[in-house]
Design a protein around this ligand. Structure first.
Ligand code: ATP
Length: 290
């Protein structure tokens, strides 16, 4: 499962690096805000976000290896979900890398609410985004503070409410010291599925306009899996979501499915329209079902 999402692991690593060796959430947040990637002189803050996302003829290459993405064009309206699907190495995670400005396109434009993201400061851009990644970044702090990382000024009550909405409350309540249980070494005592529930709780608390979701490919027990699914659909409802999707159920429900093949859009559309076409998606779907 690991190899399915290297760059998003890379993204998690990028975030992790910023957080590592930091004891308190506030300090972590300061460092995140202070991190200086060259933004360009004209970049400024992004106020409220509706959540329209547009890729317009976007091309990208990692170094001089040739194009990883070629001429990507798609658009979703605020509150919609786009599912990125396609074989390993097709470029799904790279789309997220560009949307979060960890990399810049070599050609074309990425716009949020009609505005080129090149003109938005990275930290400002990312503050409007919530991340639920396969490798959830937990740091050495209590469960409560790990969730609170989503929104530092949240009260204990708000943290617990978020945990409830994320279906995380029941497992937290069973931990030795509940919300005050200390998480060590990135959460060694906590299962993969439970880590995801904490990531969802964080995102619920942050209430971002745009949700970036990297669906887990690793096996998670059925009960936790159902909890995750339910919490995620709650979280994604009425919120723009960009999903690196592996589950057919998620893909089927997306407003737009973008099928990537070797960095190009092979097809895009709704589940119904793509099934009707009987093209790549239909094939993919059949092989997954079978
Ligand atoms: P997966 O399903 O395995 O996660 P993906 O569809 O997300 O795959 P990407 O991870 O975006 O695909 O990778 C697209 C291509 O870019 C691959 O050929 C990959 O090897 C390459 N690539 C990804 N990250 C980097 C990087 N940091 N430097 C160089 N090449 C990279």
């Amino acid at each position: 499962a690991r190899q399915f999402s290297r760059p998003l692991n890379q993204l998690a690593t990028q975030i992790n690096t910023m957080l590592s060796a930091i004891a308190g959430a506030e300090r972590a947040f300061e460092i995140l805000s202070e991190t200086k990637e060259s933004d360009g002189d004209s970049a400024d803050e992004l106020a409220a976000v509706k959540g329209e996302i547009e890729f317009s003829h976007v091309s990208f290459a990692y170094g001089d290896k040739g194009d990883t993405l070629t001429d990507l064009t798609f658009r979703i309206k605020p509150g919609q979900t786009v599912a990125l699907v396609g074989p390993t190495g097709a470029g799904k995670s790279t789309v997220v890398q560009l949307l979060t400005r960890f990399y810049e396109p070599n050609g074309g434009h990425i716009r949020i609410d009609g505005r080129d993201i090149r003109t938005i400061r990275r930290q400002s851009l990312r503050r409007h985004m919530g991340f639920v990644l396969q490798d959830t970044v937990l740091f050495d702090a209590t469960v409560r503070d790990n969730i609170r990382y989503g929104r530092l000024e949240a009260t204990d009550g708000e943290v617990e409410r978020a945990a409830e909405l994320a279906n995380a409350h029941s497992f937290i309540a069973k931990l030795p010291e509940g919300y005050d249980t200390f998480i060590r070494e990135g959460g060694s005592g906590i299962s993969q599925g439970q880590k995801q529930l904490l990531a969802i709780a964080r995102a619920v608390l942050a209430d971002p306009s745009i949700l970036i979701l990297d669906e887990a490919t690793s096996s998670i027990d059925t009960v936790t899996e159902i909890k995750i699914q339910q919490a995620l659909s709650r979280l994604m409802k009425n919120r723009t979501s960009v999903v690196v999707a592996h589950r057919l159920s998620t893909i089927r429900q997306a407003d737009l499915i973008v099928v990537l093949e070797r960095g190009k859009i092979a097809e895009q559309g709704s589940h119904e329209s793509l099934m009707e076409r009987q093209g790549v998606y239909w094939e993919l779907h059949r092989s997954k079902d079978g």
